[in-house]
Design a binder for this molecule. Sequence first.
Ligand code: OGA
Ligand code: MN
Length: 283
Amino acid sequence: MTLSFKPMTTTRFVVEVEDIDLSKPVDGASVAALRKAINEHSILVFRGQTIDNDQHIAFSRNFGDLEIHTVKQYLLPDYPEIIALANRGENGTTPIDNGGAYWHTDISYKAKPPMGSLLYSLEVPPEGGDTLFADMYAAYDALDDDMKDRIEGVRAVHGYAARFSQMGEGGKRPTLSAEQLAEVPEVTHPVVRINRETGRRALYVNEGFTQGIEGMPMVESRTLVDTLNAHATQPDFVYDHRWRVGDLVFWDNRAVMHCATAYDTSYPRRMHRTTIQGDMPIA
Ligand code: OGA
Ligand code: MN
């Protein structure tokens, strides 16, 4: 199999991978090429795919062990590796209308946040319900030297409980049990994160889960997180993915933030996500 990578932005951020059928096992050389590509481009888009749950999981495992989400109510009963982002629910899962409608990187609130996520679309509304992605390497590179100095060696506090309680979802969100809360204590991560394989530096704070800067007074800390978030989400750094049925998007959580956009929820929207385990972020 020879893969081709077609740029989807004018920068190296985001490529479409052509000539690949994800329902079939992918050979070793192609897996190596995809691993190289995710480090290089941060987002890989595969279009026109038809895969079942086993195939989605099998393809994902090429990149690492899979993460099982804390909120079991969202997981497919027979496939706990798959979180269903489905506004009608699926096999009894709790419906999600607008799961990540705030800038975030998946599960940054864990000590070892996932390396990547693979989101596959099964049903999409006629318009809206896009996913926006921000290039956190480009965002870091574009900071002025004063800001780079200010955040060097600084750590941020990430948490899930506060965000989860705000999400609401029209009362459909379950509440976290004591056991679930115990799985997600606050953690700290470097604000500037280095990719172990390439040495590139990415900004690593997000609106969703970053609660503040370690050791900084609350107001100053909130202002800094907001400033960095606003900087990173400028149009120059953002790719807007307009979903078609059969798209699978594989993104690097070490290197991008993402945010779901609004849509008319009278239309069904149904997506499946697998999540690849990751390393402890390093500065
Ligand atoms: C996710 C996510 C956004 C969307 O799958 O992690 O945030 O557009 N999805 O559904
Ligand atoms: Mn997400």
